[in-house]
Every structure is written in structure tokens, then in C-alpha cells.
Design a protein around this ligand. Structure first.
Ligand SMILES: Nc1ncnc2c1ncn2[C@@H]1O[C@H](COP(=O)(O)OP(=O)(O)OP(=O)(O)O)[C@@H](O)[C@H]1O
Length: 260
């Protein structure tokens, strides 16, 4: 269960990006977060996994306030939060298997991690995940030899290697061509169901949000202006969410195309 209360985040002295955000989910389904560029979507996810530090508020994960944690306790809590990044964030010179295993690094003693000797059960788990994401044949390939879609599959397997209790994905398909982007969305949606995980995913594309998410949250200027089921999201809501005329037209266009 994730509960965000009155979350405020500003970068330096500028106006807050998140202005008292409230959000909670205990459902093990996919929630898409949509909104204009700069609305605060990435900042919201980065506050949850503590890649950035919020100014105030609470983020309760299974009852523990993540914002109060330090050191070992923080490390421990972070293991429960898997993250998939837009730019994959893999280590290019390492193999697919090594990248996936690195998802476990927080769990094993430092020296063993440094020499990359992992217990057999971790290796078995990584194999199983790589098989699930369709990369069995690439286990020993270096990540810089993979396509974007393949890299993102490695990114997903690495996040799941943590056995997370929640999965965050920040524009996971934004660097991919439309076809590959659909495949990755399908994979994430299937994994959400199979693993019974709550997943929060930032998406540029409203049509994809409507297709794959069970719940859509619209952010504008650091506050939630829509929160509902995909079929409750109307053109009027989209006008509220997207301030920029060009962005709105683009999304309305997608939206109408999809409803046809
Ligand atoms: N590290 C940072 N330092 C300073 N300002 C930042 C930083 N990260 C984000 N911002 C600013 O915070 C605002 C919100 O950014 P954020 O990346 O959270 O938005 P977003 O909704 O994810 O946008 P996008 O869709 O473009 O990724 C923007 O104005 C951005 O310039």
C-alpha cells in the first residue's frame, strides 16, 4: 500500500514543482500518470524512490514513511521499489545477465557484489526473468549490443530482480519507436497482472494510458486534476490536464483516433 500525503517538492529556490500532492493506491494494477512536460510526473516518482528529496509531506509504503528513513533502513525500503527508466540506465559494458543481477546488489555483501559472484538462486531467478521478458538467447551479450526494446526488457527484468512490492516506470517507452513501445507496454501490463504488483507509470501518450491502465491520474502544475478510470477521462478533462494548446491538440487527436 502506497500513500502520499501533502507532498511538496521544489528544486532550489524556485516555485514548488509538487504543491501538496495527495495520492494513494493499494490496488495491484497499473496506474498511468499523465500530464504536460514539466507537470511534475518524474519528480513524483523520484520522490517515492528517494532519487530526489522532498521538502515536506509523507510517503507511506506499507505503513513506513519513506521520507524519514536514512542509511540501512532507507536502503532496505528502496529494495521494495523497482524502477524502470526512460533511458534504461543499464551498464553498457556489462552483460545482460550482469545487469539483471545488479538489481540484487543491495542484498548481498559488498565484496561479493564487487566481484560479481552471485548465489546460484539469484542466477536462476535472473534466468527465469530473462526468459519471461524474451531474452534467454542474449544472456551473455553486452548491453551496448542490444536494441532499445531489448534494453528496456533488461531494465524490466532488473527491476523485478529486486522482488519489489511496487514498480515505478518513468516514461519507459518514450525512447522507442511506436511498435516497440506497444510491445513494452504490453509486457509491463502482463507483468503487472502476473506478479500482482501495483505499478505507477508516467506516460506521454494518453492513448496508451487508456489502453493499458486501470486508473489514470492527471497532473497539472504539481497537483492532481483528474483521477479516475480510463473510460471516465473525457476531452474536457484533457483540456484541464494539458494547458499547452499544441500538446492538447496532439492528445485529443490520439484520443479521438482511439475512440473510433
Ligand atoms: N534536478 C532538477 N533541478 C532543477 N529543476 C528540476 C530538476 N528536475 C526537474 N526540474 C524541474 O521541475 C519541473 C518538473 O519536472 P518533471 O521532470 O518532474 O516533470 P515531468 O512532468 O516529468 O515532465 P516530462 O514529461 O518533461 O518529463 C520542471 O520545470 C523541471 O524543469
Amino acid at each position: 500500500m502506497l500513500e502520499i500525503k501533502d507532498l511538496v517538492k521544489s528544486y532550489g529556490a524556485s516555485e514548488p514543482v509538487l504543491k501538496g500532492l495527495n495520492f494513494s493506491t493499494q490496488d495491484k494494477h497499473l496506474t498511468a500518470i499523465i500530464g504536460s512536460s514539466g507537470a511534475g510526473k518524474s519528480t513524483m516518482l523520484r520522490c517515492i524512490n528517494r532519487l530526489v528529496t522532498a521538502n515536506s509531506g509523507q510517503i507511506l509504503l506499507d505503513g513506513v514513511d519513506l521520507l524519514t528513513l536514512k542509511g540501512k533502513a532507507l536502503q532496505h525500503a528502496r529494495r521494495k521499489i523497482g524502477m524502470i527508466f526512460q533511458a534504461y540506465n543499464l551498464i553498457d559494458r556489462l552483460t545482460v545477465m550482469e545487469n539483471v543481477l545488479s538489481g540484487r546488489l543491495g542484498y548481498i555483501p559488498f565484496l561479493r557484489g564487487a566481484f560479481r559472484k552471485f548465489p546460484q538462486e539469484d542466477i536462476d531467478h535472473a534466468y527465469a526473468l530473462l526468459k519471461r521478458v524474451g531474452l534467454s538467447q542474449y544472456v551473455n551479450k553486452r548491453c551496448d549490443e542490444l536494441s532499445g526494446g531489448e534494453r528496456q526488457r533488461v531494465g524490466a527484468a532488473r527491476a523485478l530482480m529486486q522482488n519489489p512490492s511496487i514498480l515505478l516506470a518513468d516514461e519507459p517507452t518514450a525512447s522507442l519507436d511506436p511498435k516497440t513501445s506497444e510491445r513494452i507496454m504490453e509486457l509491463i501490463a502482463q507483468l503487472t497482472e502476473e506478479l500482482h504488483l501495483p505499478v505507477l507509470i508516467n506516460l506521454h501518450n494518453v492513448a496508451q494510458a487508456k489502453q493499458y491502465a486501470a486508473r489514470i491520474v492527471g497532473l497539472r502544475g504539481g497537483v492532481i486534476v483528474f483521477d479516475g478510470k480510463p473510460d471516465e477521462l473525457t476531452d474536457e478533462h484533457l483540456e484541464k490536464i494539458y494547458a499547452d494548446k499544441k500538446e492538447l491538440d496532439e492528445q485529443l487527436h490520439h484520443h479521438t483516433e482511439q475512440s473510433r
